[in-house]
Write a protein that binds this ligand. Structure first.
Ligand code: PPS
Length: 312
């Protein structure tokens, strides 16, 4: 079988060619009520009509839930632990970002996907309701990773500071309010995790949690293997575990986004691979922010069987 994602065109060079100012802080425009960065909203018709193929594998997350971590795990599993193969290209080249749109000459996620040979590895931050229908018609496998709201908020806050395509996050105090209202790119954390949770039995969806991955990475790697129909030895599982640890991925130029120009992702003060912990929210939330957050959380999650751990 072809290495999945091996046929993805490498657009890294075009990223370097875009003038710095072009990437600056796109406004959010609602698409079916979900705020998305303007270039995505402008191209929405094309994204909506995207034609999935039956062997496309989709990784879906709310931003900062452990997308990159899951991508590396999946690529390792597909390549049976051969880390030379997973080192073939940066993670954003190996997995195409379905809805992403940048100014020319950078190709959009759809441009790249249409030029990619099967089987394709795809990632998205779209809420369930906005995923192109063809993924369900083609019965594609989907892995969804969810992360507790408080750590997601902290991670997203730092990321929006360094990712120059996102709106300015403002102060942490302002951000907590914005997060609860879902006024950020890809919308509400609540709607996202609940939408995918409620859909998980309707399609071939594996719903996993960042906190479980932290608690017992090998157990979660085995779940992904089973879902992908891969039976790998314990030695290979151990190798994948080592290769996808936070420390290894932080040092690996193929997973730490160091190849993305600083005009787009400025890692001079905050790294993309920032802390990788469960419970870092405790270092950021004040008592009063925590109280407001907990009250709103209770209301929004009431009646759902979906539960999260904010500590492990
Ligand atoms: S993005 O921008 O939405 O694609 O970001 P995403 O990859 O979903 O999430 C980034 C956060 O995941 C952490 N991360 C990891 N944690 C533990 N182990 C591994 N291997 C790992 N890889 C990435 C990363 O550090 C971000 O979390 P924070 O809390 O900001 O450190």
């Amino acid at each position: 079988m072809e290495t999945p994602g091996a046929g993805s065109p490498d657009f890294s060079e075009s990223l370097q060619q875009v003038p710095e100012a072009t990437f600056y802080r796109f406004p959010l425009v609602p698409v079916h009520g979900v705020p998305l960065m303007k270039p995505i909203a402008t191209s929405w018709e094309r994204i909506e009509k995207f034609q999935a193929r039956p062997d496309d594998l989709l990784i879906a997350t709310y931003p900062k839930a452990g997308t990159t971590w899951m991508q590396e795990i999946v690529d390792c599993i597909m390549n049976e632990g051969d880390v030379e193969k997973t080192g073939r290209a940066p993670i954003h080249v190996r997995f195409s970002f379905l809805e992403i749109c940048f100014p020319p000459p950078v190709p959009s996620g759809i441009d790249v996907l249409e030029a990619t040979a099967s089987p394709r590895l795809v990632r998205t931050h779209l809420p369930y309701e906005l995923v192109p229908e063809s993924f369900w018609q083609q019965k594609c496998k989907v892995i969804y990773v969810a992360r507790n709201a408080k750590d997601s908020a902290v991670s997203y806050y730092h990321f929006e500071q360094i990712n120059k395509t996102h709106p300015d996050p403002g102060t942490w105090d302002e951000y907590v309010v914005k997060f609860l209202k879902g006024e950020m790119a890809w919308g509400s954390w609540f709607s996202h995790v609940l939408g995918w949770w409620n859909a998980r039995d309707k399609h071939d969806i594996l719903y996993l949690f960042y906190e479980d991955m932290k608690e017992d990475p090998k157990r979660e790697i085995r779940k992904v293997m089973k879902f992908l129909g891969k039976d790998l030895s314990e030695d290979v599982v151990e190798k994948i575990h080592q290769h996808t640890s936070f420390t290894a991925m932080k040092e690996n130029p193929m997973t730490n986004y160091s190849s993305v120009p600083s005009s787009l992702l400025d890692q001079s003060e905050v790294s993309f691979m920032r802390k990788g912990e469960v419970g870092d929210w405790m270092n950021h939330f004040t008592e009063s922010q925590n109280k407001i957050f907990d009250e709103e959380y209770r209301k929004r999650m009431e009646g759902s069987t979906l539960t999260f751990r904010c500590k492990i």
